[in-house]
Write a protein that binds this ligand. Structure first.
Ligand code: DGJ
Length: 726
């Protein structure tokens, strides 16, 4: 619900459990007043106070009121160069060379539908929009603040549109999607950081005076930091405390910065990273930022995550199968790498089909002259030496086995050793006069250019039309360097990073429109582009190139703070694991993988009869329990970074009639103590039968705990299925 109090000039956004209020100050500055637990309708302006403070300037409209300073007052969208010395949200260079931005309220609109953003991902669903119009009169620049309110999901979205109303070009050098001021700084900042093969480990620290910022200047949202951050009360944990989660729906360079100011207020600013960002706005032109989304939960980090999961599943992922079981797949990458032919693929496929797998995914190496990772990218036509007769010959054989077919592509890249590069060397990013850097011995295509995208998409279309393709894995195996486009004049090179992302979104949208039934899995060397922007186009994302089930406990745990389990590609792979040499039991590998978008990635024809039996059992369990696994409410029961005796998590059905507890023990122990595992989210008044055997009260399971059996061996796994007794 969005309300406007004309007398007080306040705007109040109510969701089911939260309230957000802002007010137009007599100077015209739009102040941020409150965001937190839901309150009755009231005027909260009294929360914000001012005082005459040294070295905090007063705007002209304040007259002799020295108590009002932009440097202290909380704002909806911070400016620069006119008295607020904290983190700016916007900066532009005017034709006269000035770098000041000063914004005042000039109107608003309330709409019954949630806004959309042209060419950019955005949440959808039932909800309203508030647009607050601001303007910089001297610069003749309009700034519209968009607020989307998805009441049922406790989700508030933000986006910004900047319009040049002047008669000359201006340069937009910074334009955040979100600015959120707090009247407090006694909070922790949680970021999700890592590296290739070890993505999204939570890092939590109290706010100290000054700025802490994470981000990416790699052209992708990155393995190193995720465009999702949390600010929370210092004693907040999984079950208690006020938490604010902020996600940016963007897959390129981003920055999430938080500042604790001199008077113990704080400010979170999130948006496109200002590094090498400079957008020319011609007279009359506008610029739209990516969307940011906020969830505020007073019930701890667990509740915050569950709100994001529901909202992402129902209002961001557009795949018609978002809440439908995805096919169990087998992927040939770790089974064969580049060394395969049709017979080898079919031998894996045959075993897979017999075990209950439904989709065969052909990974890298099926196209061009691609026999290793030094060549072939850009030549998207089937290598008929490896696959005689092309996909037209392979897919009927898979169909006979009852398998649908999926294919890997990496459309944004080009190998220098390819026909595409030989014909169009200028289509790859490189700066004139410099030698380009290589990553995995490949270059990045300039997807800011329409003709480059059209050419690549044309090739993809031919492949996808040559056979029934049910799934596409869209990979990206390096970051961007030497970013310079032959398609833009020198003064507009600061647009290329963002135009690249818009280009990726455009081609993905075309793919979705032309092939609505194809399931697209995003990938960037695993989890290097795991963000809300990609999830809008690709309902699942390969979570990490690290397939070790024990390491995955941490990666999937960190990822789950924002993203739902059904979006995390997770496969059972062979042991010793290819990335770290660890050997986890097959049962444990199955338990970890089936919490995500489930599949296998090993040569099934090499499995023993016992292993095949276990795989068959896993697939049956997944098919029976997928709804609980993917649509149930998710509870983190332990933190795998704390090196406790086990890692456990739980999914509970919406009606609390069923639950599934998954547990993976650490290294083997001699004479281990008996342990009780406290469950969450059950109905305390109901009794639950555990694995078809003994029954326990929901209250007893939550407040006393479930008596865990003693477990033998390293990394043993356990699953408990709970069913309420009617
Ligand atoms: C990186 C991906 O994450 C892997 O799963 C695999 O597809 C390789 N690329 C193929 O080159």
């Amino acid at each position: 619900m969005i309300t406007y109090n004309a007398q007080a000039q306040t705007f109040t956004l109510h969701t089911k459990n939260t309230t957000y209020q802002m007010a137009v100050h007599p100077t015209g500055v739009v102040q941020h007043i409150y965001y937190g637990r839901r309150l009755r309708d009231c005027d909260l302006r009294g929360l914000v106070r001012g005082a005459d403070r040294g070295f905090s300037p007063n705007p002209d409209e304040a007259g002799r009121d020295r108590a009002f300073s932009l440097d202290m007052t909380p704002q909806e969208y911070s400016t620069c160069g006119v008295g607020d010395f904290r983190l700016p949200s916007i900066a532009f260079a005017l034709p006269n060379g000035s770098h000041t931005a000063d914004l005042r309220y000039c109107g608003h609109a309330i709409r019954a539908e949630k806004y959309t953003l042209p060419g950019l991902p955005a949440f959808h669903g039932e909800g309203g929009t508030l647009v607050v119009h601001l303007e910089d009169r001297a610069a003749r620049v309009g700034v519209d603040l968009y607020y989307g309110v998805l009441e049922e999901y406790d989700l508030i979205t933000r986006a910004v549109r900047v319009v040049n109303r002047g008669s000359e070009e201006i340069q937009l050098c910074r334009c955040a999607s979100l600015c959120l001021d707090f009247l407090r700084a006694d909070m922790d900042f949680i970021t999700f950081d890592g590296r290739h093969l070890a993505e999204r480990s939570p890092a939590r620290a109290a706010l100290l005076p000054g700025v802490r910022s994470v981000g990416s200047v790699r052209g992708a949202s990155s393995h190193q930091h995720n465009p999702f951050v949390v600010l929370c009360e210092q004693d907040a944990d999984e079950d208690r405390g006020l938490c604010y989660g902020a996600m940016l729906l963007y897959s390129g360079n981003f920055e999430a910065a938080v500042e604790r100011d001199q008077y113990d207020g704080s400010r979170l600013v999130m948006g496109i990273h200002p590094y090498h960002f400079c957008w020319t706005l011609a007279p009359g032109a506008c610029f739209d930022t990516p969307e940011a989304a906020l969830v505020c939960s007073s019930g701890g980090l667990g509740e915050m995550s569950r709100q994001f999961h529901r909202a992402i599943r129902n209002c961001l992922i557009r795949d018609s199968r978002a809440n439908v079981r995805k096919p169990v797949l087998v992927n040939n990458w770790e089974a064969t790498y580049f060394d395969f032919n049709k017979d080898k693929l079919l031998s894996i496929a045959k075993e897979a089909a017999a075990l209950g797998v439904e989709l065969f995914v052909l990974d890298d190496g099926w196209f061009g002259e691609r026999n290793d990772d030094n060549s072939g990218l850009g030549d998207w036509r089937v290598n008929t030496d490896k696959l005689p007769g092309g996909l037209e010959a392979l897919t009927p054989e898979l169909e006979k086995l009852g398998l649908s077919f999926g294919i890997w592509v990496e459309p944004e890249m080009v190998s220098e050793d390819s026909e595409l590069y030989r014909a169009h060397p200028d289509w790859a990013f490189q700066v004139p006069g410099r030698k380009p850097s290589r990553g995995r011995n490949q270059l990045v295509l300039d997807f800011s250019r329409q003709e480059v995208r059209d050419h690549v998409y044309g090739q993809l279309k031919e492949v996808l039309s040559s056979a029934p393709v049910a799934y596409v894995k869209w990979d990206m195996n390096r970051n961007l360097t030497e970013v310079w486009s032959a398609g833009l004049p020198p003064r507009r090179q600061g647009e290329v990073f963002h135009r690249y992302v818009l280009g990726v979104y455009e081609i993905l949208e075309r793919l979705r429109t032309d092939y609505p039934d194809i399931l697209i899995e995003g990938c960037c060397g695993g989890g290097g582009r795991f963000d809300g922007g990609m999830l809008y186009y690709t309902p699942q994302i390969w979570c990490s190139d690290n397939t070790d089930a024990i390491y995955r406990l941490q990666i999937q745990y960190g990822t789950s703070f924002c993203y739902p389990l059904c979006s995390m590609g997770a496969h059972v792979s062979a042991v010793p694991n290819e990335q770290n040499g660890r050997s986890a039991p097959l049962e444990t590998r199955g338990i970890t993988a089936m919490s995500g978008a489930f599949g296998y990635e090993l040569d099934l024809s090499k499995c023993t009869p016992e292993e095949k039996q276990e795989i068959r059992r896993q697939i049956e369990t997944y098919k029976r329990r997928w709804e609980l696994l993917h649509c149930g409410d998710y509870y983190r029961l332990t933190n795998p970074f704390e090196n406790g005796p086990y890692t456990a998590w739980e999914q509970v059905s919406q009606d609390k009639r069923e639950a599934l507890v998954s547990l993976v023990a650490g290294g083997a122990q001699a004479a281990p103590p008996f342990r009780l595992l406290k469950l969450k989210g059950l109905d305390p008044a109901r009794d639950y039968r555990v694995n078809g055997g003994e029954a326990y009260g929901g209250d007893a399971l939550m407040y006393a705990g479930y008596p865990l059996p003693l477990m033998q061996g390293d990394y043993a796994g356990l699953q408990l299925y709970l069913e309420a007794i009617e």
